[in-house]
Design a binder for this molecule. Structure first.
Ligand SMILES: NC(=O)C1=CN([C@@H]2O[C@H](COP(=O)(O)OP(=O)(O)OC[C@H]3O[C@@H](n4cnc5c(N)ncnc54)[C@H](O)[C@@H]3O)[C@@H](O)[C@H]2O)C=CC1
Ligand SMILES: N[C@@H](CC=O)C(=O)O
Ligand code: NA
Length: 445
């Protein structure tokens, strides 16, 4: 058997410990498949003495993970620390600069610095792989980069954050409180170190930007991704959506569209959508992720599986290592990290949402006094929004000062999003509104 592939593991938290456990459990099988063993040559983390349920004395400890970049006897640095910048980025840059391949699960780092890292990897002829960074254990990068490589893809969308999906589907099933379910997702190891990245949609936006680049052959463009999270969703929204035949899911949607001059532009948004009950994404529960890609010859492809957690994420990390082990170590043999060399990726202008056509759910908490419904209806009319249905609930969360409030939820007919925005601008500053309206778009075909 060929020389082992020697890896250095930076970060032994949820994912890093999962990688060690996986290699210990499946090492022989992996060696047969990869043609050589994957050997953990050294490990590093912040806390050496932490109980990880693993016999850590089997592994060479390194206090300074930065030393992996230059250390002899290491073929691949596996970065499982996290953070877009800081020590993870320094390690990634230095490792590649010193001719080592890099495997990472760090979507924040790849969304912000993936192109620069890929350029360096291409120049140094090493591999840069990040399957675990998008949709955890689902081989979606591999699926798009290899399995669907023959297709032009114009739309890719799906459930990209396990924590949010766990929260929404658990609230839906049990009626339990947001904060309590979030704490549970954290305890299970799904959430980011700072869970606001999950619940504010930023983590899903990182993943979407990476996915869009791979799917469309465009440069990663994270800054324009419009991200709304799930913080403002209340039990009443889940109940209303259910009554209307929908489930709420946080979706990332990326699509190539055309501007007025016919030029390609890139729409990217993370947003809580109302998903019709008969859509496959409506039944994706727990920390499961699902990605739909529409290829011009393959048709609709659906990738589904665990999006977070130690085992599934470790599975994706080790799959990348097996890919590298199967080759001689020359990164160019396994192709450009983003499928197309960075210099050849297309630069697309961001697309505005204003002309997107669809239905929307708009929920407002309003003062319970005469004329409020007429005021809302007038704003919708003047904004050019046609109302399909309107529900008024007597009980709504009341502000501390005790004003009586009601919940008004409406569903619009299909129309441009710009009109909804215009209508809501007309209501801005109205004393009738206790808080800004919550808009959730409704997923179409
Ligand atoms: N937990 C999950 O389900 C998934 C996580 N990821 C990504 O994987 C990466 C790791 O995530 P987790 O394992 O969940 O995080 P974690 O917080 O459980 O583990 C992080 C590890 O990095 C070490 N570390 C942190 N800062 C360090 C520093 N300055 N120097 C040395 N070591 C340091 C910690 O000691 C710990 O061992 C992140 O980029 C995360 O976004 C990706 C997919 C799923
Ligand atoms: N925090 C992330 C972990 C995986 O990427 C999530 O919840 O999806
Ligand atoms: Na993946």
């Amino acid at each position: 058997m060929a020389q082992p592939l020697r890896i250095a593991l930076a970060g032994i938290g949820t994912v890093g410990a999962g990688v060690i456990r996986l290699l210990e459990a499946n090492g022989d099988l992996i060696a047969r498949r990869a043609g050589r063993r994957i050997e953990v040559a050294a490990v590093s983390a912040r806390d050496r003495s932490k109980d990880r349920g693993i016999a850590m004395d089997r592994y060479a400890w390194e206090d300074d993970m930065g030393a992996f970049a230059t250390r002899e006897g290491i073929d691949v640095v596996v970065e499982l620390v996290g953070g877009a910048d800081g020590p993870a980025l320094t390690l990634a840059r230095n490792a590649i600069a010193h001719g080592k391949s890099l495997v990472t699960a760090n979507k924040a780092m790849i969304a912000h610095h993936g192109l620069a890292l890929a350029e360096a990897a291409e120049a140094n002829r090493v591999a840069l792989k990040f399957e675990a960074a998008v949709a955890g254990g689902i081989p979606v990068i591999k699926g798009l980069r290899e399995g669907a490589a023959a297709n032009a893809i114009e739309r890719v969308y799906g459930i990209l954050n396990g924590t949010c999906n766990y929260i929404l589907s658990t609230m839906e099933d049990t009626g339990r409180d947001f904060a309590e379910v979030l704490a549970e997702a954290q305890a299970k190891g799904f959430a980011e170190a700072d869970p606001s990245f999950d619940i504010d949609g930023i983590d899903a936006a990182h993943k979407l930007a990476i996915l869009a680049s791979i799917a469309f052959g465009t440069r990663i463009d994270f800054a324009p991704v419009a991200a709304t999270g799930i913080r403002r969703i209340i039990a009443a929204d889940i109940a209303q959506a259910d009554a209307l035949g929908y489930y709420i899911r946080l979706l990332g949607i990326a699509e190539v569209t055309r501007d007025d001059n016919g030029a390609h532009c890139l729409f990217q948004r993370v947003h809580p959508y109302l998903v019709p009950r008969d859509h496959p994404l409506a039944h994706v529960d727990g920390a499961t992720n699902a990605v739909v890609a529409e290829g011009n010859f393959s048709g609709r492809l659906l990738f589904q599986g665990a999006g977070a957690g130690d085992g599934p994420t470790a599975s994706a990390v080790v799959a990348d290592l097996i890919d590298i082990a199967r080759h001689t170590g020359d990164g160019n043999e396994i192709g450009a990290p983003f499928s197309i060399p960075v210099a050849e990726l297309e630069n697309m202008r961001p697309a505005s949402a204003e002309r997107r056509v669809g239905k929307a759910y708009i929920r407002m908490i309003v003062a319970d006094r005469p004329g409020v419904l007429a005021e809302i209806a007038a704003a919708m009319r003047d904004g050019g929004v046609s109302i399909e249905s309107l529900i008024q609930k007597a009980s709504a969360p009341s502000p501390a000062d005790g004003d009586e409030t009601v919940l008004v939820a409406l569903v619009t007919h299909e129309g441009p999003e710009g009109n909804v925005n215009a209508a809501l601008r007309l209501l801005e500053g109205s004393p009738s509104l206790i808080e800004p309206p919550l808009v959730m778009h409704i997923l179409g075909d």
